[in-house]
Design a protein around this ligand. Sequence first.
Ligand code: SF4
Ligand code: FES
Length: 265
Amino acid sequence: MAGEEVVLKIRRFDPSLDERPRVEAFAVPLKEGMTVLDALIYVKSRLDHGLAVRFSCRMASCGSCGMKIDGRARLACETQISSLPRGAVAVEPMDNFPIVRDLVVDLERFFARHAAAMPGLVRERDPEEQESPTGEYLMAPGELESFVQFTYCIKCGLCSSSCPTASTDALFPGPQALSQAYRFLADPRDEGEERRLERVDAEHGVWRCHFAGTCSAVCPKGVDPALGIQLLKRHVMSARSPFGRKKRRGAPVFPNPNGDLLGQP
Ligand code: SF4
Ligand code: FES
C-alpha cells in the first residue's frame, strides 16, 4: 500500500464555459480504507481546487455524493477504492440529470417529483392532528412491514440516474418518486389515495416502467424501488376496478391515556 497510487479519471464539464466534457487524470496516494470520496477530496484540496463535488455526511446517510464510478451509479463515500478493479477509476456525474459542474448535478426536478408524490401523511378527517397531536395512530406490524423498506430511501438519486425509462421520457417521475407514492398508499394511516392516484396513474406515470430493475440493483440502502412500482401498479388496478375495494379510511387516533406522547417531554 505504501507508495501506491490510484489514478482518478474524472469527467470535467462546466456548461457555462465548455463546449464539451473532457476527462482529466489525477494520481492520488493510496491509503488503507480509502473511499472514492476520500480520493476526490484529496484531488480538490491538493491538486485542483476547482473540482466541483458534492458531499456532506461521508457515511452513506445524506445521499449527496451520488455519481457514476467505473460505469455504475454509486455513493462515493461508501465505495472503497479496494473494491474496484485495480488501475484507473473512472468518475463521472450521474446520468439523467442536468450537470451543474463536473460531478455536481442539478437535483431540483428530482426533488420536485418527490414533493409531487406527496411524501407525508394526508389526513382528510383530522388534519389538525398532524400539527397538534392528541394521541397516536396504531398499525399492525404486518402493515408496517408492507412499506417500511421504502422509508429507508435517502433520496440520493442513484435509482433515477440508472433508469432506462427516465433516460428516454423526461416526464417520467422516476423510481424514487413512484416508490414513495406507493410507500404512502400502503400506509394504513394515510387518506390521500385519490390525489396520489391522479398523479401516478397518468400518461407518463407508473405504466411507463417496463421493469428493467436497474433502480433496485444500484440502490445503496437496500430499497427495492422496482418492487415498489410493481406494487403501485397493483394498487392502481385494484383501486380503479369496479370490483375493487372500498375507499380506505385512515387508521384512527388512539388517545394516550397518560396525556403525554411518545418521544415528547
Ligand atoms: S430508492 Fe435507493 S437509490 Fe433511489 S433515491 Fe432512494 S436510496 Fe437512492
Ligand atoms: S456524503 Fe452523505 S451519502 Fe455520501
